[in-house]
Design a binder for this molecule. Structure first.
Ligand code: MN
Ligand code: ZN
Length: 340
């Protein structure tokens, strides 16, 4: 079978690989149908993802159809359409014992530490397979994964109706988060970005207020919009230099600040801003078994995952797809690789 492998930074090749066989833990064989391209895939391609190891078959937004199952499999059957959880955990470390496999001490993420889904077949455990709703096409279903990231972040924030929420960044991550934050019906949803077009989209998508942090004083505006108190939850979905300090300064007393960035570049913050308001600063990484939650939200009609895909490429043309990403074409939303 063929696969898209990143040999080393900036070296993408289509390679021939052995078709996986099922057995033991990997008791379900899935034939790939669609796979999304995520910012983290692009980071691994360019060598800027500190977690990744090479060579690597990338891809973690992976949708397919069950082709073969082992004798004891009960969760899925041949012909089922599924999305695959990218997190694999050891099950016995401290994090795993606290039901947080997404930060397992021996974490292996598909497409990052172990081979992912840009290939014709993948063998996985049945527990990592989630049945897709009939209403969602294979291609639209890749959006379930980015949505799990947003659900995870709201869960880490312990979001409640009485919160006022600040989302910094209105790109792909920020807009997924906005979609989920809305479901909590918080008092305010303030979205900040430096791009007016994205802020316009955020307003249409349900933000109550938007701030252009390039032309306006973000912290001051956030205080004005929340009767001087500040948002009680701030989510840093921009993850750029200075965005964390902005979030800390904007957030009101006893609030929560959620970080999502993966940069290892130093960024200055001070203790006073955290201690004086007794802020909870929490990381949100990947997702902790949130696939079923998102699938249920789709089934209940609470979220609509259609309409996010802007470009499609056959997986053998993956180079063209990554070149398009590099062009930073403003029409890019979600790019999907197909396998037919
Ligand atoms: Mn992703
Ligand atoms: Zn573990």
């Amino acid at each position: 079978m063929k696969a898209v492998r990143i040999i080393k930074a900036n070296d993408l090749q289509i390679v021939e690989m052995e078709k996986p066989v099922i057995g033991g833990e990997q008791n379900v064989l899935v034939k790939m149908k669609a796979a999304g391209i995520c910012g983290s895939d692009v980071g691994i391609y360019h060598g800027t993802n500190a977690a990744a190891t090479y060579p690597r078959v990338i891809g973690h937004e992976i949708v397919g159809v069950v082709e073969e199952v082992g004798p004891d499999v009960t969760k899925v059957k041949v012909g089922d359409r599924v999305i695959i959880d990218q997190v694999t955990a050891c099950g016995h470390c401290y994090a795993c014992s606290k039901n947080r496999p997404n930060v397992c001490g021996n974490l292996q993420v598909r497409g990052v530490h172990i081979d992912g889904g840009y290939r014709e077949y993948i063998a996985v455990n049945e527990t990592d397979c989630y049945l897709l709703p009939d209403t969602l096409s294979d291609e639209d279903a890749v959006m379930i994964e980015p949505t799990t990231i947003a659900v995870q972040c709201c869960s880490r924030a312990q979001l409640e109706k009485e919160d006022s929420v600040l989302i910094i960044g209105a790109g792909a991550l920020g807009s997924s988060i906005l979609r989920i934050v809305k479901l909590y019906q918080p008092r305010k949803i303030i979205v900040a970005d430096i791009d007016d077009a994205k802020l316009e989209e955020a307003l249409k998508a349900g933000a109550t207020d938007v701030v252009n942090s390039k032309t306006e004083d973000l912290v001051k505006r956030c205080h004005e919009l929340t009767d001087g108190y500040g948002p009680t939850v701030s989510i840093d979905a921009a993850c750029v230099k200075g965005s964390l300090l902005n979030a800390l300064e904007a957030t009101g007393n006893a609030g929560r600040v959620i970080t999502m960035g993966f940069s290892v570049a130093p960024d200055e913050v001070n203790q006073f801003v955290i201690t004086s308001k007794e802020l909870d600063v929490r990381g949100s990484r990947l997702q902790n078994r949130k696939f079923q939650t998102v699938i249920d939200l789709v089934k209940e009609g609470k979220i609509d995952l259609t309409g996010s895909i802007s470009h499609r490429f056959h997986f053998l043309d993956a180079q063209k797809a990554f070149d398009l990403v590099d062009s930073r074409d403003p029409s890019i939303r979600k790019i999907v690789l197909t396998f037919e």
